[in-house]
Design a binder for this molecule. Structure first.
Ligand code: BDR
Ligand code: CA
Length: 322
Protein backbone atom coordinates (compact mmCIF):
# COMPACT_ATOMS: atom_id res chain seq x y z
CA UNK A 1 0.00 0.00 0.00
CA UNK A 2 1.32 3.42 -0.82
CA UNK A 3 2.14 6.00 1.84
CA UNK A 4 -0.31 8.88 2.29
CA UNK A 5 1.48 12.21 2.44
CA UNK A 6 0.78 15.90 2.78
CA UNK A 7 3.50 18.18 1.41
CA UNK A 8 3.70 21.57 3.15
CA UNK A 9 5.81 23.92 1.05
CA UNK A 10 7.00 27.52 0.58
CA UNK A 11 7.28 26.79 -3.11
CA UNK A 12 10.61 27.99 -4.33
CA UNK A 13 12.79 26.11 -6.80
CA UNK A 14 13.73 23.02 -4.79
CA UNK A 15 10.18 22.83 -3.43
CA UNK A 16 8.89 22.60 -7.02
CA UNK A 17 11.38 19.79 -7.66
CA UNK A 18 10.12 18.08 -4.49
CA UNK A 19 6.55 18.29 -5.81
CA UNK A 20 7.64 16.73 -9.11
CA UNK A 21 9.43 13.89 -7.31
CA UNK A 22 6.45 13.26 -5.00
CA UNK A 23 3.97 13.17 -7.88
CA UNK A 24 6.20 10.81 -9.85
CA UNK A 25 6.78 8.39 -6.98
CA UNK A 26 4.32 5.48 -6.99
CA UNK A 27 5.19 4.74 -3.36
CA UNK A 28 3.31 7.92 -2.38
CA UNK A 29 -0.29 9.08 -2.46
CA UNK A 30 -0.25 12.86 -2.24
CA UNK A 31 -3.38 13.83 -0.28
CA UNK A 32 -2.71 17.57 -0.36
CA UNK A 33 -0.09 20.21 -1.04
CA UNK A 34 -0.26 23.14 1.34
CA UNK A 35 1.43 26.52 0.97
CA UNK A 36 3.16 28.66 3.57
CA UNK A 37 5.09 31.92 3.27
CA UNK A 38 8.83 31.40 3.24
CA UNK A 39 11.02 31.64 0.17
CA UNK A 40 8.34 33.95 -1.25
CA UNK A 41 4.90 35.16 -0.10
CA UNK A 42 2.26 32.44 0.25
CA UNK A 43 0.29 33.74 -2.75
CA UNK A 44 3.29 33.15 -5.01
CA UNK A 45 3.73 29.72 -3.41
CA UNK A 46 0.14 28.77 -4.28
CA UNK A 47 0.61 29.83 -7.90
CA UNK A 48 3.90 27.94 -8.09
CA UNK A 49 2.35 24.73 -6.75
CA UNK A 50 -0.50 24.89 -9.27
CA UNK A 51 1.89 25.74 -12.13
CA UNK A 52 4.17 22.83 -11.24
CA UNK A 53 1.26 20.39 -11.06
CA UNK A 54 -0.10 21.53 -14.43
CA UNK A 55 3.14 20.58 -16.12
CA UNK A 56 2.46 16.97 -15.27
CA UNK A 57 -0.88 16.97 -17.15
CA UNK A 58 -2.55 14.77 -14.54
CA UNK A 59 -6.17 13.65 -14.75
CA UNK A 60 -6.73 14.89 -11.23
CA UNK A 61 -4.53 16.84 -8.85
CA UNK A 62 -4.23 16.76 -5.06
CA UNK A 63 -5.98 19.46 -3.05
CA UNK A 64 -3.89 22.64 -2.92
CA UNK A 65 -4.48 24.98 0.01
CA UNK A 66 -3.23 28.42 1.03
CA UNK A 67 -1.81 28.68 4.52
CA UNK A 68 -0.12 31.19 6.79
CA UNK A 69 1.27 34.38 5.29
CA UNK A 70 3.89 35.09 7.95
CA UNK A 71 5.70 33.66 10.97
CA UNK A 72 4.16 33.22 14.44
CA UNK A 73 6.18 35.91 16.18
CA UNK A 74 9.31 36.95 14.28
CA UNK A 75 9.81 39.34 11.36
CA UNK A 76 9.25 38.04 7.83
CA UNK A 77 12.36 36.64 6.12
CA UNK A 78 12.14 35.76 2.41
CA UNK A 79 14.69 34.00 0.21
CA UNK A 80 13.78 35.71 -3.06
CA UNK A 81 17.46 36.45 -3.65
CA UNK A 82 17.97 32.68 -4.03
CA UNK A 83 14.69 31.74 -5.75
CA UNK A 84 13.93 35.07 -7.62
CA UNK A 85 10.89 37.31 -7.17
CA UNK A 86 8.38 34.74 -8.38
CA UNK A 87 10.02 31.94 -6.38
CA UNK A 88 10.68 29.86 -9.49
CA UNK A 89 13.81 31.50 -10.86
CA UNK A 90 11.84 33.99 -13.00
CA UNK A 91 9.98 31.41 -15.15
CA UNK A 92 6.85 33.54 -15.03
CA UNK A 93 8.65 36.14 -17.19
CA UNK A 94 9.84 33.72 -19.91
CA UNK A 95 8.23 34.19 -23.31
CA UNK A 96 7.81 31.93 -26.34
CA UNK A 97 8.82 33.13 -29.84
CA UNK A 98 5.23 34.38 -30.41
CA UNK A 99 5.39 36.54 -27.28
CA UNK A 100 3.08 34.31 -25.23
CA UNK A 101 4.25 33.26 -21.74
CA UNK A 102 6.14 29.97 -21.77
CA UNK A 103 4.43 29.06 -18.49
CA UNK A 104 0.93 30.48 -18.45
CA UNK A 105 -1.08 31.27 -15.32
CA UNK A 106 -2.41 28.04 -13.81
CA UNK A 107 -6.02 27.06 -14.46
CA UNK A 108 -6.47 24.67 -11.57
CA UNK A 109 -8.33 25.85 -8.52
CA UNK A 110 -7.26 26.40 -4.95
CA UNK A 111 -9.11 24.56 -2.18
CA UNK A 112 -11.48 26.86 -0.25
CA UNK A 113 -10.17 25.32 3.00
CA UNK A 114 -7.27 26.95 4.84
CA UNK A 115 -4.11 24.81 4.82
CA UNK A 116 -4.10 24.37 8.61
CA UNK A 117 -7.70 23.13 8.62
CA UNK A 118 -7.05 20.88 5.65
CA UNK A 119 -4.05 19.26 7.37
CA UNK A 120 -6.19 18.57 10.45
CA UNK A 121 -9.12 17.24 8.37
CA UNK A 122 -6.92 14.83 6.45
CA UNK A 123 -5.36 13.49 9.67
CA UNK A 124 -8.87 12.96 11.09
CA UNK A 125 -9.82 10.99 7.97
CA UNK A 126 -6.69 8.80 8.16
CA UNK A 127 -5.47 8.66 11.78
CA UNK A 128 -2.02 7.10 12.14
CA UNK A 129 -1.53 6.98 8.37
CA UNK A 130 -0.38 10.44 7.29
CA UNK A 131 3.24 11.43 6.78
CA UNK A 132 3.47 15.22 6.76
CA UNK A 133 6.53 16.42 4.85
CA UNK A 134 7.28 20.05 5.76
CA UNK A 135 9.77 21.72 3.44
CA UNK A 136 9.20 25.36 4.36
CA UNK A 137 9.01 27.33 7.61
CA UNK A 138 6.95 25.39 10.15
CA UNK A 139 4.22 28.04 10.59
CA UNK A 140 1.31 25.95 9.21
CA UNK A 141 2.43 22.90 11.18
CA UNK A 142 2.76 24.88 14.42
CA UNK A 143 -0.68 26.48 13.91
CA UNK A 144 -2.15 23.00 13.47
CA UNK A 145 -0.43 21.90 16.70
CA UNK A 146 -1.74 24.98 18.55
CA UNK A 147 -5.28 24.45 17.21
CA UNK A 148 -5.46 20.70 17.80
CA UNK A 149 -2.43 19.12 19.53
CA UNK A 150 -4.13 15.72 20.00
CA UNK A 151 -5.06 15.40 16.33
CA UNK A 152 -1.49 16.25 15.30
CA UNK A 153 -0.21 13.39 17.49
CA UNK A 154 -2.17 11.09 15.15
CA UNK A 155 0.32 11.80 12.38
CA UNK A 156 2.31 8.73 11.41
CA UNK A 157 5.37 10.95 11.19
CA UNK A 158 6.55 14.45 10.40
CA UNK A 159 9.53 14.84 8.10
CA UNK A 160 11.09 18.30 8.33
CA UNK A 161 13.57 19.70 5.83
CA UNK A 162 15.38 22.00 8.18
CA UNK A 163 18.17 22.65 10.59
CA UNK A 164 21.95 22.56 10.59
CA UNK A 165 23.32 20.31 13.33
CA UNK A 166 26.99 19.60 12.64
CA UNK A 167 27.50 22.05 9.76
CA UNK A 168 27.19 25.81 9.31
CA UNK A 169 23.79 27.31 8.58
CA UNK A 170 22.81 28.95 5.30
CA UNK A 171 21.29 32.21 6.63
CA UNK A 172 23.56 32.66 9.63
CA UNK A 173 26.55 30.71 10.90
CA UNK A 174 24.18 28.55 12.97
CA UNK A 175 20.74 28.68 11.33
CA UNK A 176 19.15 27.08 8.29
CA UNK A 177 16.48 29.08 6.39
CA UNK A 178 13.28 27.13 7.19
CA UNK A 179 13.98 27.17 10.92
CA UNK A 180 15.33 30.74 10.94
CA UNK A 181 12.25 32.04 9.11
CA UNK A 182 9.97 30.91 11.96
CA UNK A 183 11.95 29.69 14.97
CA UNK A 184 8.97 29.95 17.34
CA UNK A 185 6.95 27.65 15.11
CA UNK A 186 9.82 25.17 14.95
CA UNK A 187 10.08 25.10 18.73
CA UNK A 188 6.30 24.55 19.09
CA UNK A 189 6.61 21.61 16.70
CA UNK A 190 9.60 20.15 18.58
CA UNK A 191 7.48 20.01 21.74
CA UNK A 192 4.39 18.54 20.09
CA UNK A 193 4.98 14.85 20.73
CA UNK A 194 4.92 13.96 17.03
CA UNK A 195 7.41 11.37 15.67
CA UNK A 196 9.81 13.63 13.73
CA UNK A 197 12.66 13.16 11.28
CA UNK A 198 14.86 16.15 10.51
CA UNK A 199 16.50 16.24 7.08
CA UNK A 200 19.00 19.06 7.69
CA UNK A 201 21.68 20.83 5.68
CA UNK A 202 24.10 18.20 7.03
CA UNK A 203 22.70 15.84 4.40
CA UNK A 204 21.00 18.06 1.82
CA UNK A 205 24.24 19.90 1.05
CA UNK A 206 26.00 16.62 0.28
CA UNK A 207 23.86 15.96 -2.81
CA UNK A 208 24.29 18.16 -5.87
CA UNK A 209 22.00 18.07 -8.89
CA UNK A 210 24.61 18.81 -11.54
CA UNK A 211 24.21 21.63 -14.05
CA UNK A 212 25.53 19.46 -16.94
CA UNK A 213 22.87 16.82 -16.13
CA UNK A 214 20.13 19.46 -16.05
CA UNK A 215 21.29 20.75 -19.47
CA UNK A 216 21.60 17.28 -20.96
CA UNK A 217 18.07 16.20 -20.05
CA UNK A 218 16.59 19.57 -21.06
CA UNK A 219 18.14 19.22 -24.54
CA UNK A 220 16.29 15.92 -24.96
CA UNK A 221 13.15 18.02 -25.10
CA UNK A 222 10.85 16.74 -22.32
CA UNK A 223 8.51 19.35 -20.91
CA UNK A 224 9.36 18.63 -17.27
CA UNK A 225 13.13 18.56 -17.89
CA UNK A 226 12.79 21.90 -19.75
CA UNK A 227 10.95 23.36 -16.75
CA UNK A 228 13.66 22.09 -14.39
CA UNK A 229 16.27 23.85 -16.55
CA UNK A 230 14.25 27.08 -16.72
CA UNK A 231 13.54 27.27 -13.02
CA UNK A 232 17.04 26.26 -11.87
CA UNK A 233 19.11 28.64 -14.08
CA UNK A 234 19.06 31.49 -11.54
CA UNK A 235 19.30 29.05 -8.59
CA UNK A 236 22.36 27.36 -10.13
CA UNK A 237 24.01 30.77 -10.65
CA UNK A 238 23.50 31.45 -6.94
CA UNK A 239 25.10 28.10 -6.09
CA UNK A 240 28.07 28.72 -8.41
CA UNK A 241 28.71 32.11 -6.86
CA UNK A 242 27.94 31.38 -3.21
CA UNK A 243 28.19 27.62 -2.67
CA UNK A 244 31.06 26.71 -4.97
CA UNK A 245 29.20 23.90 -6.77
CA UNK A 246 28.34 23.50 -10.47
CA UNK A 247 24.71 22.65 -9.91
CA UNK A 248 22.37 23.05 -6.99
CA UNK A 249 21.21 21.54 -3.76
CA UNK A 250 17.74 20.05 -3.91
CA UNK A 251 17.07 20.09 -0.18
CA UNK A 252 13.31 19.58 -0.32
CA UNK A 253 13.40 16.74 -2.82
CA UNK A 254 15.63 14.79 -0.43
CA UNK A 255 13.02 15.16 2.32
CA UNK A 256 10.44 13.60 -0.03
CA UNK A 257 12.79 10.77 -0.98
CA UNK A 258 13.51 10.00 2.70
CA UNK A 259 9.76 9.38 3.19
CA UNK A 260 9.74 6.36 0.89
CA UNK A 261 13.44 5.39 0.87
CA UNK A 262 14.67 5.95 4.44
CA UNK A 263 17.65 3.74 3.67
CA UNK A 264 19.08 6.68 1.69
CA UNK A 265 20.11 8.25 5.00
CA UNK A 266 21.62 7.40 8.36
CA UNK A 267 19.53 8.70 11.26
CA UNK A 268 20.30 9.14 14.93
CA UNK A 269 17.93 9.70 17.85
CA UNK A 270 18.07 13.22 19.25
CA UNK A 271 16.46 15.63 21.66
CA UNK A 272 15.99 18.61 19.37
CA UNK A 273 15.30 22.20 20.45
CA UNK A 274 15.31 25.48 18.56
CA UNK A 275 16.79 28.76 19.79
CA UNK A 276 14.14 31.49 19.65
CA UNK A 277 15.73 34.23 21.73
CA UNK A 278 19.38 34.66 20.79
CA UNK A 279 20.42 37.82 18.95
CA UNK A 280 23.10 35.89 17.09
CA UNK A 281 21.69 32.38 17.28
CA UNK A 282 17.98 32.68 16.49
CA UNK A 283 16.82 29.60 14.56
CA UNK A 284 19.73 27.43 15.64
CA UNK A 285 18.78 23.75 15.95
CA UNK A 286 20.27 22.52 19.21
CA UNK A 287 20.89 18.81 19.82
CA UNK A 288 23.69 16.68 21.18
CA UNK A 289 23.89 13.78 18.75
CA UNK A 290 26.18 11.65 20.93
CA UNK A 291 24.15 8.69 22.29
CA UNK A 292 25.81 8.93 25.70
CA UNK A 293 24.61 12.54 26.03
CA UNK A 294 20.89 11.86 25.51
CA UNK A 295 18.92 13.70 28.24
CA UNK A 296 16.88 11.57 30.66
CA UNK A 297 13.58 12.54 29.01
CA UNK A 298 14.77 10.79 25.83
CA UNK A 299 14.59 11.75 22.14
CA UNK A 300 11.84 13.76 20.44
CA UNK A 301 12.98 12.88 16.95
CA UNK A 302 15.65 11.63 14.60
CA UNK A 303 18.27 13.63 12.72
CA UNK A 304 19.71 12.49 9.39
CA UNK A 305 23.50 12.64 9.53
CA UNK A 306 24.64 10.96 6.30
CA UNK A 307 23.17 10.40 2.84
CA UNK A 308 23.88 8.13 -0.12
CA UNK A 309 24.08 11.19 -2.31
CA UNK A 310 24.73 9.46 -5.66
CA UNK A 311 21.84 7.05 -5.16
CA UNK A 312 19.50 9.93 -4.34
CA UNK A 313 20.57 12.03 -7.34
CA UNK A 314 20.17 9.02 -9.67
CA UNK A 315 16.68 8.43 -8.29
CA UNK A 316 15.78 12.09 -8.88
CA UNK A 317 17.17 12.10 -12.42
CA UNK A 318 15.39 8.86 -13.29
CA UNK A 319 12.00 9.96 -12.02
CA UNK A 320 11.96 13.68 -12.79
CA UNK A 321 14.45 14.57 -15.50
CA UNK A 322 14.30 11.55 -17.86
C1 BDR B 1 15.49 25.39 2.59
O1 BDR B 1 15.25 26.80 2.50
C2 BDR B 1 14.57 27.10 1.32
O2 BDR B 1 15.12 28.21 0.68
C3 BDR B 1 14.61 25.86 0.46
O3 BDR B 1 13.42 25.77 -0.30
C4 BDR B 1 14.72 24.76 1.46
O4 BDR B 1 13.45 24.36 1.92
C5 BDR B 1 16.98 25.14 2.57
O5 BDR B 1 17.58 25.82 3.62
CA1 CA C 1 11.39 25.03 0.80
Amino acid sequence: MSMRIILDTDTGVDDALAILLAMRSPELTVEAITAVSGNVHVDHCVRNILMTLELLELESIPAVARGEDGPLASAVTLADNVHADDGLGGVSKLLLADGQPRYSAPQNRLSPTHAVDLILEIIERHPGEITLIAVGPLTNVARAVINNPFRMQKLKQLIVMGGAFQVYGNVSPVAEFNIFADPHAAQVVCGAGIPMVFVPLDVTMQAVLSAPDIDLYAQQGGKVARFVKDCTDHYVDFHRQRRNVDGCFIHDALAVAVAFQPELVTMVDAKINVETAGDLTSGMTVADLRPAFMPDEGPNGKVCTQVKADTFISLFNERVLK
